[in-house]
Design a protein around this ligand. Structure first.
Ligand code: GLU
Ligand code: ZN
Length: 284
């Protein structure tokens, strides 16, 4: 199968150097393999996504010299696919509704002598308060926050595996079901106000688009085990992963996603060329 890569920005702000690096790495990887580079717009968070940012993304990426097949997949147009995946997980008995607030979770995690709540790749590890409350039955509740029961989801799965091409220790990575239960916990897959989640939609779309190689920042490395678990339970293929180091500024400080001072548009306005950007991010 040919290589298919993707760049999947959220249109919630300007693209900065880190995005440029991620996009160009994905593009280069596809080019080198004679494959296909795709752009996907991850705009499920409609409270933050803006069409004007999307337009700016297209413009910045074209300026960088990237091109991709059209039309692009926009996640807000694809909510049906995520609902289908949720239905499948619900029918498998792997989801349950949760009504906890962040505060409830913090307090339940602290009791009785736990100290600080444990933090996983998706924030505070859920203490399981709602898990046993309502055994999932009947149709999937709409407009509800749904968590995956990771302990059930990993039943019959001793280990999950994925291949990392760049970050830290290259090569195969393995996590046990027990590790996922302890270190990830029952994460949210659908929100009341969103009807899906980053994790679910990324997994569904990567599979639907036939992505063979996921390139993204090392900040998402720990999320990958969640994605591989979802691929296993949804019976979807696992791509290869390339988590690149995060771009740092001259003083070694990690560039924040919303560091607007690093926006590509500002470098463009200063007269820098796409080649200069490549050099700046170390892809020269
Ligand atoms: N949309 C995500 C972001 O902008 C990237 C998702 C991914 O590459 O898996 O951070
Ligand atoms: Zn709950």
């Amino acid at each position: 199968m040919g290589v298919i890569t993707r760049f999947a920005p959220s249109p919630t702000g300007p693209l900065h150097l880190g995005h440029a690096f991620a996009a160009m790495s994905a593009f280069d990887l596809a080019q080198a393999a004679g494959g296909t580079f795709l752009l996907r717009i991850e705009d499920i968070d409609q409270s933050r996504a803006r069409p004007s940012w999307e337009t700016q993304i297209f413009d910045d990426l074209h300026w960088l010299g990237l091109d991709w097949p059209k039309p692009v997949l926009r996640q807000s147009d694809n909510l049906k696919s995520y609902a289908q995946a949720l239905d499948k997980l619900w029918d498998l008995g792997l989801l349950y509704p949760c009504t906890c607030t962040r505060r409830d979770i913090r307090e339940a995690s602290r009791a009785p002598q736990e100290g600080q709540p444990a933090i996983g790749p998706d924030g505070m590890i859920y203490p399981g308060t709602c898990r046993a409350k309502s055994p999932p039955c009947g149709p999937r509740p709409q407009d509800a926050t749904l968590r995956i029961d990771v302990s059930r989801a990993t039943q019959g799965i001793d280990f999950i595996h994925f291949t990392e091409m760049v970050h830290g220790v290259r090569g195969p990575h393995t996590r046990s079901g027990a590790q996922l239960v302890k270190e990830v916990g029952d994460i949210v897959l659908a929100r009341r106000d969103m009807a899906t989640s980053y994790h679910l939609s990324v997994v569904v779309d990567d599979a639907a688009q036939g992505i063979t190689d996921v390139t993204r920042g090392a900040d998402l490395f720990e999320a990958t085990q969640i994605h591989v678990l979802l691929q296993r339970v949804l019976d979807l293929p696992t791509p290869r992963y390339h988590h690149h180091p995060l771009i740092r500024d001259a003083s070694g400080k990690r560039l924040a996603k919303r560091d607007d001072a690093r926006a590509l548009e500002l470098y463009r306005a200063q007269g820098l060329s796409p080649r200069d950007i490549r050099t700046m991010v170390g892809l020269g």
